[in-house]
Design a protein around this ligand. Structure first.
Ligand code: FE2
Length: 376
């Protein structure tokens, strides 16, 4: 096999074999979905969308689907022990199980990815109700995380068959969160490149950015990261692995407490980060704090920005610039007791990058939290 030909074929087929329209939903396996749904409604401003459980004919688990603009979360809890969901929660704690992707053809997505080495999670299944049909299929990715391909072009219902509309009397206002910008995976030592290859070979993604341990290191700890993107850029999966440092890195802490590889953070987009973060904070969402000195030379580093510095400083919002524009971002503390999954709030003003200029300040802030937990 000629290498040049293989490369050319890969490039040609990248745009074709797995067209994705974005993230369909993110499903979390959690210990208590009723309370988790309340938390995401109250703290993050999600709206009740749909419910599945014993009342809808699902006997072994309960799921709440909640939505804010194009952002859909599903919170699932098992009703009994001794099943895959209960085992997942016992091992990992609350965390992301499914990164579901919107496709036109779930059968083709399954055939094309499994043909290229993707490990089957779910053969194509057709779910029907009076609102039409949804076709699902899925493959495994890092750790116990999976990708489910969702074809819903022939479906008119609120979410999917098996769910009924969830109408609630409790409807806190939205906070301006719009869609999933990217989802980051933490993988083990020397596992970043194999997973980069998985996204290239199996899903036709491209490596659009790489950060080595010189880019992402503090005095004490380091990590490496490569950003994988699908053809149209709607789906971006950065992959982190730990790197050698004087002390334990945040990725190692995650791997230790999640008991394996998994989703580290989901980045949620907003058009007005000051408004969104003000709202989130007032509802009790906790964020990492960089030192006030971060803002002293901010404008020297990033040039002119439209926002006033003072509210950014007050809220701890970080700014970074690349060739195409700038971005504003902020990271929550973990949203469960294990130091595992957290959220990023991001507003892009032209920039397509991930805030490289903030890595150092951010990881120092993370290390302070890690130190307080005795895990540095
Ligand atoms: Fe991120």
């Amino acid at each position: 096999m000629s290498t040049a030909t293989a490369t050319k074929n890969t490039t040609t087929s990248q745009a074709d074999f797995l067209p994705l329209h974005g993230t369909d939903y993110v499903e979390f396996y959690v210990g208590n979905a009723k309370q988790a749904a309340h938390f995401y409604k109250t703290a993050f401003g999600f709206q009740s969308l749909a419910y599945a459980g014993p009342e809808t004919g699902v006997k072994d688990k309960v799921s709440y689907a909640i939505r804010q603009n194009k952002l859909t979360f599903v919170l699932t809890t098992p009703l009994r022990a001794n099943n895959a969901i209960a085992d997942h929660i016992y091992k990992h704690g609350d965390g992301v199980k499914v990164l579901a992707l919107m496709v036109d053809d779930a059968r083709s997505a399954y055939a094309e990815t499994t043909k290229r080495g993707g490990k089957s999670y779910m053969e194509p299944i057709v779910l029907n109700d009076e609102s039409g049909e949804v076709v699902l299929s899925g493959i495994h990715t890092y750790g116990d995380t999976v990708h489910v391909f969702v074809e819903r072009k022939n479906y008119k219902g609120v979410f999917m068959p098996g769910f009924k509309e969830w109408k609630s009397d409790y409807n806190p206002a939205e906070t301006g969160l719009l869609y999933v910008d990217h989802c980051v995976g933490n993988v083990g030592w020397n596992q970043m490149n194999p997973w980069v290859k998985f996204y290239e070979d199996v899903m036709g993604f491209r490596n659009i950015l790489s950060f080595d341990d010189n880019d992402i290191s503090t005095e004490y700890s380091a990590l490496m990261s490569k950003v994988m993107s699908n053809g149209n850029g709607y789906v971006k999966f950065p992959i982190n692995e730990p790197a050698e440092g004087k002390k334990k890195s945040q990725v190692e802490e995650y791997l230790d407490f999640y008991d394996g590889e998994g989703c580290q953070h989901v980045a949620l987009a907003t058009h007005d980060i000051v408004k969104t973060v003000t709202e989130l904070k007032s509802r009790g969402v906790e964020f990492l704090k960089v030192p006030n000195s971060y803002y002293d030379d901010l404008l020297d580093r990033v040039g002119h920005i439209d926002e006033d510095i003072e509210p950014l400083k007050e809220l701890g919002i970080l700014v970074d610039r690349d060739d195409e524009g700038y971005l504003l971002q902020l990271f929550s503390k973990p949203v469960e007791d294990r130091p595992t999954l957290f959220f990023e709030i991001i507003q892009r003003k032209g920039a397509k990058s991930f805030g490289k200029g903030n890595f150092k300040a951010l990881f120092e802030a993370l290390e302070r939290e890690q130190g307080a937990r005795g895990n540095l």
